[in-house]
Ligand binder design. Structure first.
Ligand code: SF4
Length: 315
């Protein structure tokens, strides 16, 4: 998957006072197969909007998304069923993924039949059993049960199994562990690693949780106010962060050992609204290293080893 110059501008407010918010601004990245690529950042950084555009739930204002070299919008029109098979989604809230009035298995049979993946119930059962095994759930405990009969962790596993029914090559997982009990998060994250190894599935993992991101990602892009501010191998970006925002983000990860407390002061100078509208570096209002030029000029990307950093400090 290749994302090129992706921009999404929302118009907000009434007809008398319209303001434009650039939720995603000139975002560029590639996702290889198989690879776990993470988009990380705080709420409002543009990671979910980027995912929605890739999945076709939102339309971009400008820029393109290519899948296997072809523009995804055109593919969607021409060969929708194939697209639905190849790119699947796993959402944040497993309790709203499934309708509480329907048994979970009905979704599985419906997906297989609607997308013409199987032609008989027997074939469907075989396929379902295989995908349930991949997420560690038995066919017996799954059959004829309603969503409220499963825990949050089990339901999230089931939504991953449902996504696997079409043998996708890419799964877009939007905050898949944020509503799952903390003790089960790593088991879900591990599942993505297994899927990559066993089925060559790539994952776009969207999260604000740097701990799971560090564990699961091959590469990571850190986003702030619609921009990717740092991107590279996850190990390098998270253990040796270069952009001042990535540094602050990493320092916000709770450290249980008081001797190791990071201690950098976070500056909160701008409102969220001011940050979106700033013409220079969006982070200038909070940045401990901000210079005069940062306020008026949008920094370009500088390459530091394998990492791209959008910051004048690396000129
Ligand atoms: Fe800070 Fe300037 Fe770098 Fe922005 S460009 S992160 S304000 S030093």
């Amino acid at each position: 998957l290749e994302v090129k110059g992706l921009t999404k501008i929302y118009s907000l407010g009434s007809i008398f006072s319209r303001i434009k918010i650039t939720a995603v601004e000139d975002v560029n990245f590639e996702v290889m197969q198989p690879e776990i690529f993470t988009l990380a950042g705080e709420s409002g950084c543009g990671k979910t909007t980027t995912a929605k555009i890739i999945l076709g739930f939102e339309e971009q204002t400008s820029g393109m998304v290519f899948y296997r070299g072809k523009p995804i919008n055109e593919l969607r029109k021409k060969d929708k069923i194939q697209m639905l098979r190849e790119i699947q989604a796993v959402f944040q809230n497993p309790f709203s993924t499934f309708n509480p009035l329907r048994t979970v298995d009905s979704y599985f049979y419906e997906t297989l039949l609607n997308l013409k993946i199987v032609s008989s119930k027997k074939e469907a059962e075989k396929k379902i059993e295989e995908k349930l095994a991949a997420v560690g759930i038995s066919f017996e405990e799954f059959t004829q049960r309603y969503p409220n009969e499963f825990s949050g962790g089990q339901l999230q596993r089931l939504s991953i199994a449902r996504a696997l029914l079409t043998d996708p090559s890419l799964i877009v997982a939007d905050e898949p562990v944020s509503m799952v009990d903390a003790s089960l998060r790593m088991s879900i994250v591990n599942l993505f690693k297994d899927l990559k190894e066993k089925y060559s599935v790539s994952v776009i993992y969207i999260t604000h949780d740097l701990t799971t991101a560090y564990y699961v990602s091959d590469r990571i892009a850190i986003m702030f106010r619609g921009n990717i501010v740092e991107m590279g191998p996850a190990e390098e970006v998270l253990s040796n962060p270069k952009h001042p925002y990535t540094q602050l983000l990493r320092e916000s990860v709770p450290e249980p050992d008081p001797e190791k407390r990071w201690g950098t002061k976070v500056v909160l100078a701008d409102t969220e609204h001011e940050e979106y509208l700033r013409i220079g570096c969006k982070f200038a209002g909070r940045c401990p290293s901000a210079m005069e030029k940062c306020k008026k000029n949008n920094p370009p990307y500088f390459k530091v080893n394998d990492v791209l950093v959008k910051c004048f400090l690396y000129k």
